[in-house]
Design a protein around this ligand. Structure first.
Ligand code: SF4
Length: 353
């Protein structure tokens, strides 16, 4: 293998010529609030999708202070469609904490950043290196994959030991003069060249120094143990209408889709169980289903059906009737926003997604 500094120089030269133009990279010097928001949005969402969300977000909340002052409902509304709403809630909470504890200035050190809600080691590394020039790696899936191949590391990159090994290699390689560019270059290389399944080694600036390429092992690295299969549920949703308004329920403040609104819904192992649960909840018979949809989360899959209900009783708890216009003002849980959009269109035939 060529000396380590050789590959970082090659990588940075490649980055200078090939860096992606992205809206959060526009501000010079880099704006820590922009880096932060973009990194949180990018955690579970494709870059192309994030671009529009990021622009709209910055129109609504141009500064950390504006975000901190906004009501939570507005923040969740702006996040709608990105999923994993705890990310939005934590951004909001952390912005308020930065206002109170740090006078509105983002902390510069990765360790301090990590103490804020929703900021893990990766995001802290990204903000500290890109916005403040701190010499810390931003260890994400891209970095782990590229370095596992580059150094021929056989450890599972999802394991603590594997992550430790690769983090150490990154720490040793990161240049003091361009730590942020180093991290972004690895992100870009991982996104466009050293991609997960079949890397584009013919376009790679690190080919001559890459152990996986030299040993013809790019299809074996990185080593990654398979994820546990997602749990599957039937999800029965009720359409209970009064005077043109639909019954909605606010989910609990903790857990999955916390504090988001949904059509009354019951999960079950099978369709009959879910449907009967819905009938018990709303004390009525479920009629025909009007809509169905398969919604895939990281750990769960919901096979949703929305049933027309007649009569029925509103259960105890946070329930309310909302018109389609009023849905626009409240944060709807992602899969239920799909149902709402379907109903709004006034389509009465069955939709299969
Ligand atoms: Fe990845 Fe291939 Fe480049 Fe090695 S040579 S870093 S496997 S793209």
């Amino acid at each position: 293998m060529t000396a380590q500094s050789d590959w970082t120089a090659l990588l940075l030269r490649w980055f200078d010529a090939n860096r992606r133009d992205l809206p959060w990279r526009e501000a010079r010097p880099r704006n820590p609030y922009h880096v932060w928001v973009s990194e949180i949005m990018l955690q579970q969402t494709r870059t192309e999708t994030v671009k529009d969300y990021f622009r709209r977000w910055m129109d609504q909340f141009p500064t950390l202070e504006a975000l901190a002052r906004a009501p939570e409902e507005q923040v969740l509304r702006a996040w709608q469609g990105l999923g994993y709403y705890s990310r939005a809630r934590n951004l909001h909470k952390a912005a308020r904490q930065v206002m109170v504890e740090y006078g509105g200035e983002m902390p510069r050190e990765a360790r301090t950043l990590e103490s804020l809600p929703g900021i893990g080691a990766y995001t802290a590394g990204a903000i500290a290196s890109m916005a403040f020039g701190q010499k810390v790696p931003a260890v994400d899936g891209n970095l782990l994959r590229v370095l596992a191949r580059l150094y021929g590391v056989d450890q599972d990159i999802a394991s603590t030991a594997g992550k430790k090994t690769l983090t150490r290699l990154a720490e040793a390689a990161i240049p003091a003069d361009r730590p942020g560019d180093f991290n972004e270059a690895l992100m870009d290389l991982g996104a466009n060249v050293c991609i997960p399944k079949v890397p584009r080694c013919d376009q790679c600036p690190l080919r001559d120094t890459c152990q996986a390429f030299q040993e013809n092992r790019t299809d074996q690295l990185p080593v990654k143990r398979p994820k546990a299969p997602q749990k599957e549920f039937a999800a029965a949703c009720g359409l209970l209408v009064r005077e043109g308004k639909f019954l909605l329920h606010k989910r609990p403040g903790k857990g999955m889709l916390a504090s988001m609104w949904e059509f009354p819904m019951v999960l079950g192992k099978a369709e009959t169980e879910a449907r009967q649960g819905l009938e018990t909840l709303l004390q009525t018979r479920a009629g025909e289903y009007l809509w169905e949809h398969k919604h895939v989360f990281t750990h769960q899959i919901w096979y949703m059906k929305a049933y027309i209900l007649e009569g029925g009783t509103v259960p105890e708890g946070e329930y309310g009737f909302f018109s389609p216009e009023e849905w626009e003002q409240i944060p709807l849980a992602g899969p239920h926003a799909k149902l709402a959009a379907f109903l709004k269109k006034g389509v009465d035939s069955k939709e299969r997604v």
